[in-house]
Ligand binder design. Structure first.
Ligand SMILES: [Zn+2]
Length: 250
């Protein structure tokens, strides 16, 4: 037991006791960790700034037998623009929940950390947050080793033609010969598959001004979300929050 220092992003927290909070942090060296911030809910507490949701801070953490505790923290990037906007906040919570659900405790992964940090920078500025969500969903799955098969049929391995569907259960696009293997597969066009390939290969900055037709956006949503829920084996709670906000906007 001792002290250690690490950079980390605040993924979430829950209140315990009178003034404490158990933080879920995501660090490049240690992966997902839990640590308590004591007294953080008191006014002017020195840990308050650096432990806000999505804040990227440097933490000094004391190891304990049960739960580690945060001794100090220093803000590196506050990401206040995310917290200042309800819609950005809702998507941030969704991204964080997806990350938590797909990552085991204390599993270090520098590539995943850098990807999530980059996503937060773009979440502050991006206009079409639904589009950012689709890109994030598919990039996250690819980094976690679950890229969808979209270069050939995910079921029989043969070349794909114009007539294809997307099957979450079979792990990607399927050819018309294999439609019978998954009745729940959804429509997807060659164009949408090309867009998906771009999401995996291209960096965010090359995708930020992408202007897609409504039909492609619809197909992407119908394909990406069930694909993720299939791999995570659950639906995500934060998605309801996003649906509520979107229906208010509509
Ligand atoms: Zn096939």
């Amino acid at each position: 037991m001792g002290l250690y220092r690490t950079d980390a992003i605040v993924l979430g927290h829950r209140n315990i006791g009178e003034a404490d909070r158990v933080m879920t942090l995501f660090s490049p060296e240690k992966g997902k960790i839990s640590a308590v911030a004591r007294g953080v809910r008191r006014l002017n507490n020195r840990l308050l700034g650096g432990t806000q949701l999505f804040t990227f801070s440097n933490f000094l953490i004391m190891e304990n037998r049960n739960l580690d505790s945060i001794s100090q923290c220093e803000i590196k990037e506050s990401f206040h623009k995310i917290r200042a906007n309800l819609e950005r906040m809702a998507y941030g919570l969704y991204f964080a929940e997806m990350l938590r659900a797909s990552t085991p405790e204390e599993d270090k992964n520098h590539a995943l950390f850098n990807f999530f940090l980059k996503t937060l920078y773009f979440l502050q500025e991006w206009d079409d947050l639904e589009l950012l969500s689709r890109i994030y969903e598919i990039k996250l799955m690819a980094i976690q080793g679950y890229s969808p098969e979209i270069s050939r049929c995910a079921s029989c391995g043969k070349k794909l033609t114009e007539k294809m569907r997307f099957s979450s259960r079979l792990g990607g696009a399927i050819c018309f010969r294999c439609f019978k293997d998954d009745a729940s597969a959804v429509d997807i066009s060659c164009e949408t598959v090309k867009v998906l390939q771009g999401f995996i290969k291209k960096p965010y900055r090359e995708l930020i001004n992408l202007d897609l037709q409504e039909e492609i956006k619809k197909q992407l949503k119908n394909a990406c979300q069930p694909f993720i829920f299939h791999h995570l084996d659950r639906r995500l709670k934060t998605l309801e929050f996003i649906d509520d906000i979107n229906s208010l906007k509509a």
